[in-house]
Design a protein around this ligand. Sequence first.
Ligand code: ZN
Length: 121
Amino acid sequence: MAMGHGTVSAEECPFCGRVERGEYDQWDAHNVAFIPLRPVTPGHFLVVSRAHVDSALASAEATGLAFAFAVRMARLVRLEHVNFITSAGEHATQTVRHLHVHVVPRSEGDGLPLPWTGQER
Ligand SMILES: [Zn+2]
């Protein structure tokens, strides 16, 4: 599968570095999963594409594969209340320029400020 979004070295991209060093807990042919540095709720994990893809906007195919893997992992650990979140672009709060999906388990009263509708501008 050709992603065609240029070559980015592991030093330039922290997620390419993790993939290259094998620093992940779960994986399939297209994605890896690991616990982020600062989980926002217990069980929060990240799904990261093996290929360097800038964001969800850069490849519908890679994004679809990442979400499919995220759902399979969520079902595997029997999540019933969960946010699947990806951000594209810095003004959409994307911090690492490499496609990733946050899988955030939710529970009543966990205090995470989602949904964000109704917040003042
Ligand atoms: Zn990367």
